[in-house]
Ligand binder design. Sequence first.
Ligand SMILES: NC(=O)c1ccc[n+]([C@@H]2O[C@H](COP(=O)([O-])OP(=O)(O)OC[C@H]3O[C@@H](n4cnc5c(N)ncnc54)[C@H](OP(=O)(O)O)[C@@H]3O)[C@@H](O)[C@H]2O)c1
Length: 303
Amino acid sequence: MSPRLAWIGLGNMGRGMAANLAAKGPQTTPLIIYNRTAARAEAFVKATPNTTVSASLADTVTKADIIFTCVSDDAAITSLITSALTTDVKNKLFVDCSTIHPDTTTTVHQQLTAAGARFVASPVFGAPAMAAAGQVICVLAGEAADVAVVKPYTTGVIAKSFLDFSGSAPAKASQLKVLGNTFVIGMVESIAEGLVVAEKTGLGTDALMQFFENVFPGPYVAYANRMRTGDYYKREEPLFGIDLVRKDARHALDMARNAGATMRGVELADRYMEKVQEKQGEKGDLAGIYGAVRQEGGLEFEN
Ligand SMILES: NC(=O)c1ccc[n+]([C@@H]2O[C@H](COP(=O)([O-])OP(=O)(O)OC[C@H]3O[C@@H](n4cnc5c(N)ncnc54)[C@H](OP(=O)(O)O)[C@@H]3O)[C@@H](O)[C@H]2O)c1
């Protein structure tokens, strides 16, 4: 019999991944859906075939063999796993897609294995649109046999590909994910600076767009478009919430510090992100760095 699957966490990323898992996964039973805010889970299940809602975390864990989680941060996954551990988790496989500190991953791994469960870390690269399109990139780490169980739910289902750290400690996936996000942060900061300088020198942002389209197609173009169209400050719900990105920056800086290294670029970007958070609170988005750089250049935050 195919294992029974559950998905926990229906945020910007979780919604898309869960929908793709329900639509394209090899499982033969409905995907069990649980979210802290129950209304979100009910609405999702109503709109998504091959899913069934679960009213409680305990019920979700009891009914499922493989439990995917995708929640905001270290505190969220810690409280979720602590609650999950009040039920019998023996032989159940937990797969966490959240971006968390490698040390938190290690703690969660130890807690679950001490209770007889198994654990694979599977943080993902990709924006919410990629999650919705089944195109994230998973970073898989854990016991080789457990990673092998997870792979059929990745490429062609929720993901376009995966990075394979079978046989490595789960924390390795979190290390790579956190380090990888510093490249996204650096890219966004340099696009923001470039657009402001292009505007202020009279070169023009159209010229810079041509450069991005021809030399750096892909994420550079997507983020530059979000900035030019005002999508960096107009959203009710951010695509990459500033509190989540600052969490990633903190983890990267901590990782570097513990290893005796520095990441000055991340420190600088975080100063801009602090301004975005002050200005926009929970609505702040990573792309809002553009607004902060604009202000420093004597322009309005909003373009
Ligand atoms: N957004 C991106 O571009 C992006 C890209 C790659 C990876 N990530 C990472 O993916 C993860 C999810 O990101 P997201 O953008 O989907 O976040 P999000 O939109 O803020 O959603 C967060 C989810 O976590 C749940 N949650 C928060 N605290 C919880 C708690 N204490 N207990 C149980 N559930 C809790 C929320 O439930 P409620 O509905 O009840 O609030 C919601 O389902 C994060 O670790 C993020 O860093 C994000």
